[in-house]
Design a binder for this molecule. Structure first.
Ligand SMILES: [Zn+2]
Length: 389
């Protein structure tokens, strides 16, 4: 019993150590995606804003875009494909392929089975109907957010792990990694049922459940290795209202909500009525009420009214296998949901950027990157290198 108690105390200490908040300067330095989120020709988002129904050339092109992005921009990330196939109610007996892309960055030299990971998840397929449906919030924009997030933390991860190695310290006794899951086949082809939806997520969860790490690993399977599964969906419309769905991860929700509060206080939230650019445009310069994205920050852990599994999404097969889920999806859904109007033009780009900034900061805190997320000097270094050439 004594050992168990000691173990619990150590675990608590580790958890709290993971949560030194980012400094104000770090929050201020989080890079904007800038033109890369331009819906017409931006490098990250524009290539996803097309029809990409599973098993079609559009789907393959978007997957290739992700692969090219990681291979050229983030070579340290390990890429894996997880393939499956299934007939669908509209495939006339033909098997449709579903390909999930898994991009992982673990500390150098770490053993498979020893790394706990923060998984950041979005689906990249689009819905078959209505014909020509783009799904900008569903989930092209969340995919682009994840690409930009990976890019924004990559150098800091390298620096942090180098610093830890240089110290020869034991900080990597509990190595932590980041994983981006870009899932295929979330949408139903005909109408949503347990078998006509979540094709990619179901295949991946099942596959990982039975992919065993070497005996005596800390984590038994890649599924066990997921410390938290953060699922982004239907993001990019104005004034999202995102509740805290699960009691078991309300603590993580509150961490993200606390970051939102700080970003708003620092006037870094572009969609806020109190952002300097908006205040400058109006006569009455007085502060206005903030319309928070994460509306349940004050909710008690003991509240009985968590919505739980009310919204079915890619987390379901993972949650059924015991994975902790933080589901970032608005309720109600955006007005454009599954309508032709869910396209690039109807995205609120300020909201898209705000979500991205929030996710980067959340990952930065989770990975304990304060002091390493030195965006300004990174940019200066780039500049110096270029001018020296
Ligand atoms: Zn959808």
């Amino acid at each position: 019993m004594k050992n168990l108690a000691l173990f619990c105390i150590v675990s608590l200490l580790t958890l709290s150590a993971a949560y030194s908040p980012l400094s104000d300067d770090t929050l201020k330095g989080i890079p904007d995606p800038g033109d890369d989120f331009n819906i017409k020709d931006g490098a990250l988002l524009a290539p996803i804003l097309r029809t990409r129904v599973s098993g079609t050339p559009g789907n393959a092109a978007v997957l290739q875009h992700f692969v090219d992005f990681f291979k050229t921009t983030l070579p340290e990330w390990r890429l894996e494909f997880q393939n499956s196939s299934a007939t669908t109610p509209t495939s006339k007996g033909k098997k449709i392929p579903f390909i999930n892309l898994i991009a992982t960055r673990d500390p150098p030299g770490s053993q498979i089975g020893e790394v706990g990971r923060l998984a950041l998840v979005a689906h990249y397929d689009s819905k078959l109907t209505p014909t020509g449906f783009i799904g900008a919030t569903d989930s092209a924009a969340p995919c682009a957010m994840l690409l930009h997030t990976a890019r924004s933390i990559d150098a800091a991860l390298t620096k942090k792990w180098e610093a830890v190695a240089a110290e020869g310290s034991s900080q990597l006794e509990e190595p932590k990694g980041v994983q981006i899951l870009l899932l295929d086949g979330e949408e139903s082809f005909h109408s949503w049922t347990a078998t006509d939806s979540l094709y990619g997520a179901r295949a991946l969860a099942e596959h990982w459940e039975s992919s065993f790490h070497p005996p005596a690993s800390t984590y038994r399977t890649p599924l066990d290795s997921i410390d938290l599964f953060v699922l982004l969906d239907l993001l990019g419309s104005s004034a999202p209202n995102v509740p805290s769905y699960f009691k078991t991860t309300h603590w993580a929700y509150k961490k993200m909500a606390a970051i939102e509060h700080r970003l708003r206080e620092l006037r870094l939230f572009k969609s806020s009525a109190n952002h300097p650019a908006r205040v400058a445009k109006r006569k009455n310069k007085g502060l206005r009420a903030e319309g928070y994205f994460l509306v349940d920050s004050e909710k008690s852990d003991h509240d009985s009214a968590f919505m739980g599994g009310f919204v079915e999404d890619d987390h379901v097969p993972f949650m059924a296998r015991g994975v902790d889920i933080l589901h970032i999806i608005p309720s109600p859904f955006p007005r454009v949901w599954h309508e032709m109007t869910d396209d690039g033009k109807h995205l609120n780009m300020d909201v898209v950027e705000d979500w991205t900034r929030l996710v980067i900061a959340f990952v930065g805190e989770w990975m304990e990157l304060d002091g390493f997320l030195d965006f300004k000097s990174a940019r200066r270094a780039d500049y110096t290198e270029k001018t020296e050439l």
